[in-house]
Design a protein around this ligand. Structure first.
Ligand code: ZN
Ligand code: ZN
Length: 420
């Protein structure tokens, strides 16, 4: 078996420690505080492993990172690339939440952009967007009906369209000559007028293309009924244009998605934002739903409850992988004992131990092997049940082909270790 060999470690208060550790094992370092176990694990083994990793990088990167001091040790062998998970390490800004730090929220944004149903924020009717070919299909389904394909025009002079070669328009569903329209009157530009037949597919497609060149909303008069078609979500009742459903619409860290009042922070002058109710997102984003859920409401659920919802969600087959990525990460957060947190919890409101466990769950997702995990007191402040789960996780890391070095006081952890 390969070994990690440390000879003559003299960092801080260490007095020439010699040590041989088996690689690929779960190893516990025990001792009273001040005995130098943290120094040995983090300042000697961890730092030297990091330093060697840097040495292997290109000179230009090393220049940016600056030189690293070599720890006081005669010889170290058998190191692997380190992943260091101490308790106090990273500062998180106010825009970082459990959801963003674990990337779960990023997957949820993809899910909502692809599978979300938008509702009109004003009248609450479901609204829709149609790809162009689907618009053609929709018109073809009106077989035998007389239709007018129109472009609604407001605040633009009729001359503009006369110059483009159009001659006719409709006002209140009555045909008029473009030339005869009074200035400033809103009208519907007539693009085409026909009786729908299945052999008219090309003509319908061309007329729709032409209409969409002038407006993102096409009005189709079918007998006396008006139908609105748009490649972007649009509410014809409120004449309200909905922003395109992209992942950034659901990001409070992007201008497309952030609540304009609080800029996505959820707070104004230290108090909850009155416009978004602390949900950080612009109104439209909150009106996109999957089943009865909007993305912010899901983010406010405790992770253990969110898991239950995710298990029940029905999404199109091509989104199954996205849903599975979400489920897997939520499950890991639950396993590290954070099932009571919500994805919307700001990272800077978590305790050091909670942050450490979020990071641990991120490491588990990556599924690395052949690395050395250096973990500082992973079970501190955990309930006994969660401590057991944490031990299982550390053993999982080992079973993935990694070496796990843990500095620990907890007797349960120590008992479970391969090597103390
Ligand atoms: Zn509406
Ligand atoms: Zn707000």
């Amino acid at each position: 078996m390969r070994k990690i060999v440390v000879k003559g470690a003299r960092e801080h208060n260490l007095k020439g420690i010699d040590l041989e550790l088996p690689q690929g094992a779960f190893i516990c370092f025990v001792g009273p505080s001040g005995s130098g176990k943290s120094t040995l694990v983090f300042d000697v083994i961890g730092r030297e492993a990091e330093r060697r990793l840097l040495e292997a990088l290109s000179p230009s990167i090393r220049q940016v990172l600056g030189p690293m001091r070599k720890p006081e040790v005669e010889r170290i062998e058998g190191l692997c690339p380190p992943v260091i998970i101490t308790r106090a390490q990273r500062q998180y800004g106010p825009r970082s939440t459990v959801g963003t730090a674990t990337e779960i929220y990023d997957y949820m944004r993809i899910l909502f952009a692809r599978a979300g149903q938008p509702f009109c924020p004003r009248c609450q009717r479901p609204i829709r967007a149609l790809p162009r070919e689907r618009m053609v299909d929709e018109l073809l389904s009106l077989d035998g009906k007389r239709i007018h394909i129109l472009v609604p025009v407001k605040g633009e002079p009729a001359e503009k369209y006369l110059k483009e070669g159009f001659t006719r328009a409709m006002v209140d569903r009555k045909p008029v000559e473009l030339e005869e329209l009074p200035r400033g009157m809103p009208f519907d530009l007539l693009v085409d007028r026909l009786i729908v037949r299945s052999e008219e597919r090309n003509r319908l497609r061309e007329s729709l293309e032409l209409a969409l060149r002038y407006s993102s909303v096409v009005k189709v008069l079918v007998d006396d009924r008006e139908v609105f078609l748009s490649p972007e979500p649009y509410c014809p009742f409120c004449e309200l244009r909905f922003p395109p459903l992209t992942p950034s619409l659901f990001s409070f860290n992007a201008p497309e998605g952030a609540c304009p009042r609080c800029n996505g922070l959820g707070e104004v002058d230290g108090e909850g934002c009155p416009q978004c109710g602390g949900k950080r997102l612009r109104q439209e984003a909150l009106w996109v739903k999957i089943e009865q859920w909007d993305i912010a409401t899901l983010g406010d659920l405790p992770i253990k409850d969110l898991l239950g919802v995710v298990d029940q969600l029905r999404v199109p087959p091509y989104l199954k992988e996205v849903l599975e990525a979400i489920r897997e990460r939520l499950e890991l957060l639950r396993r590290v004992g954070l099932g009571y947190l919500s994805l919307s919890r700001p990272m800077d409101s978590l305790s050091q131990g909670e942050i450490q466990r979020v990071r641990l769950s991120n490491e588990l997702v990556m599924g690395l092997s052949g690395v050395m995990y250096l973990v500082d007191e992973p079970t501190v402040a955990l309930h006994p049940k969660d401590q057991k789960e944490m031990l299982e996780i550390l053993k999982d890391l080992r079973d993935q082909g990694n070496t796990v070095l843990v500095v620990e006081h907890d007797p349960e952890t120590i008992l479970e270790a391969d090597w103390v």
